[in-house]
Design a protein around this ligand. Structure first.
Ligand code: 0O2
Length: 206
């Protein structure tokens, strides 16, 4: 019984690995084509990762689910994560549109944490997309999460992640407030940079 479940875990992790590689390739093609057609480079960098089985188990425990491959499939939505870090705010929305209009993936869910930031101050655009895997006998759709954000948002999220890791679950209120203030300052900067970008574009168009 245990062996059977262990095999199922392995098979599932293999599927996620295939989905990660497929997603990386398809996104690379989409973005390169966009850059070529628009003569612009909206993406600063891309990072992808596969959540480890042990991190997935921790997340299931935190959410109160039994540790089964089925529960990973149903309740962990970011086993495969790709982060696209862009220069300007408008680039984030352009890239969201490119991904949503591609016939390579099916969008399952989306969260605009730019318009509606999380209580922590986290700001980003999330797209959960189903990536088709053409296996020997069938096609399987694997859920993946794409986080799209500006360099400024990424700066905040990376440092927030590092700080959170060092703290207990109940973060002191004053620290939460300070992090929220940092996030707000970053959003002001993003808006200013977007404004400058639009002025520069007008010069280019002349
Ligand atoms: P890691 O280490 O990045 O993998 P859920 O995915 O169900 O736990 P939720 O809120 O339904 O939670 O999903 P959502 O909104 O898609 O958030 C999932 C991921 O967004 C997180 O994954 C983080 O990467 C990022 N995120 C969300 N909130 C915050 C935040 O306050 N600070 C930072 N730095 N990142 C955040 P993981 O698995 O939690 O972490």
């Amino acid at each position: 019984m245990i062996d059977h479940q262990e095999k199922e875990f392995k098979e599932l992790m293999l599927r996620y690995n295939f989905a990660k590689r497929t997603l990386e390739t398809e996104l690379d093609i989409l973005l390169k084509e966009y850059e070529f057609n628009h003569e612009t480079t909206p993406v600063e960098h891309i990072k992808s990762r596969l959540k480890s089985k042990s991190s997935a188990i921790k997340k299931l425990e935190k959410k109160g689910y039994d540790i089964t491959p089925e529960n990973i499939k149903n309740h962990i939505h970011d086993m495969v994560g790709v982060r696209i870090v862009c220069s300007f705010l408008s680039d984030v929305y352009d890239i969201v549109d490119i991904i949503k209009s591609s016939n390579k993936f099916r969008v399952k869910d989306e969260s605009d944490y730019i318009k509606n930031p999380k209580d922590s101050g986290y700001v980003s655009y999330h797209l959960n997309v189903l990536v088709p895997l053409y296996l020997q006998k069938n096609i399987e759709y694997i859920e993946t999460e794409i986080q799209i954000r500006t360099v400024a948002m990424d700066f905040w999220a990376s440092l927030d992640h590092k700080l959170r890791y060092k703290l207990p679950d109940d973060i002191p209120v004053y620290l939460q407030r300070e992090m929220l203030e940092c996030s707000e300052s970053i959003n002001v900067l993003d808006t200013k940079m977007q404004h400058l970008y639009e002025i520069v574009k007008k010069y280019q168009d002349k």
